[in-house]
Design a protein around this ligand. Structure first.
Ligand code: SF4
Ligand code: SF4
Length: 357
């Protein structure tokens, strides 16, 4: 029998040492020679030139004050914009926490910390060396069925004990990540898994991007589910009937932590005969679903971003809006449907193409 670690039973001295040990790898020398300042120049929520961008990042890295702490709405995008791998958003988050600059009311932050707390209520399938991770997204317990997954299922894991904990960067709280993520890694290690197919790209971002940025060991190979779906669809290519529809993609914040996997969106759509509409808010210029904005930064920002995003989908003739993140789908699904655009998760779109929906 495997004993997994959860918060109230094995929080020993080793773990507390670990909290102090993990430090963000950020090199201010990379900023000093940066030719673009893209992290903040491309930011959709502030208007700065290259010199200001570099100056502000250097100020932040020195622990000084910056208007960025006030204006940053935690969209994660600068983690993609910085081509030098220098983790500008993780740095902003670290320094916000150090200074006690919360992004949302204390009660909301606390509520999220409680939601993600391991409580021993995880679920394990018949776990093999290759396993599907549903993280802490219950939707996948229903969605991950059928031919697309039959070569791996019922090897799956679900629950807070395997939760990637990335969401806490929205709440300027990296200390909870540094405390819990090593426990999650230890839980994976105890299962003996070798390859983990992450059904939520926030999990993939955590294991392939955030953990290395903090020097947290990952004892398995993380695989993004886009890559898995693409390869599986190719195996099932004889069963694909092109959908011949026009669709817009709602790119989530977490996709900024795995931008090298973004090409799979177009690759998968090509395989299943979906025309990906060319619109303003796509790729690097994608807009957040607004869920976190509503919670942390107010209704006006969320409403403005959602309106521009959905207008853009409708204006470019999208018949469907497909989602990667179930939370984005929960936030925007009804709103796009009211505009006559059908909301669907990318997994369901793939199932439709092989006649399963
Ligand atoms: S964080 Fe990256 S993009 Fe921003 S100034 Fe530093 S090196 Fe340049
Ligand atoms: S996380 Fe988003 S809002 Fe914050 S500085 Fe980076 S790009 Fe701008």
């Amino acid at each position: 029998m495997i004993t997994l670690i959860w918060a109230d039973n094995e929080k020993g001295p080793g773990l507390l040492e670990g909290v102090k040990m993990y430090a963000l790898k950020f090199d201010e020398n990379l900023c000093k020679t940066c030719p673009t300042g893209d992290c903040l120049v491309k930011c959709q929520y502030m208007n700065v030139d290259k010199d200001t961008a570099v100056d502000e990042m250097l100020k932040i890295s020195r622990g000084e004050d910056s208007f960025v702490f006030n204006d940053c709405v935690t969209c994660y995008a600068c983690e993609e914009y910085c081509r030098r791998g220098n983790h500008p958003f993780y740095l902003i988050t670290e320094k916000r926490e150090e200074k006690g600059l919360l992004t949302s009311p204390r009660a909301i932050t606390k509520q999220w910390i409680n939601i993600g707390e391991p409580q021993g209520k995880y679920r394990l399938g018949d776990v093999k060396e290759k396993v599907l991770s549903f993280g802490y997204m219950p939707e996948f317990l229903k969605w991950v069925r059928g031919k697309l997954f039959e070569d791996v299922m019922p090897s799956f894991i679900f629950g807070q004990e395997f939760f990637c904990n990335v969401v806490y960067i929205h709440f300027a709280n990296t200390s909870i990540i540094k405390e819990r993520l090593p426990m999650v890694m230890e839980n994976f290690r105890k299962l003996g898994v070798k390859e983990v197919i992450c059904m939520h790209d926030e999990c993939y971002g955590s294991f392939a991007h955030l953990a290395p940025a903090y020097g947290i060991d990952v004892p398995f190979k993380p695989i993004h589910y886009f890559e898995y779906l693409y390869n599986r669809l190719k195996e099932l290519s004889n069963e694909i009937r092109p959908l011949n529809i026009k669709a817009a993609y709602q790119r989530p914040c977490s996709a900024r932590l795995c931008s090298d996997k973004h090409h799979y969106v177009a690759d998968i759509m090509e395989l299943i005969g979906v025309e990906l509409v060319e619109r303003e808010y796509q790729g690097e210029n994608a807009l957040c679903c607004g869920g976190i904005f509503n919670m942390c930064f107010g209704y006006d920002l969320a409403s403005d971003v959602q309106k521009r995003n959905i207008d853009d989908m409708a204006g470019h003739g999208a018949e469907y809006c497909f989602f990667n993140c179930p939370a984005c789908q929960g936030t925007l699904g009804t709103k796009v449907a009211k505009r006559g655009i059908k909301p669907v998760h990318i997994i369901d779109l793939c199932k439709m193409a092989i006649g399963e929906k």
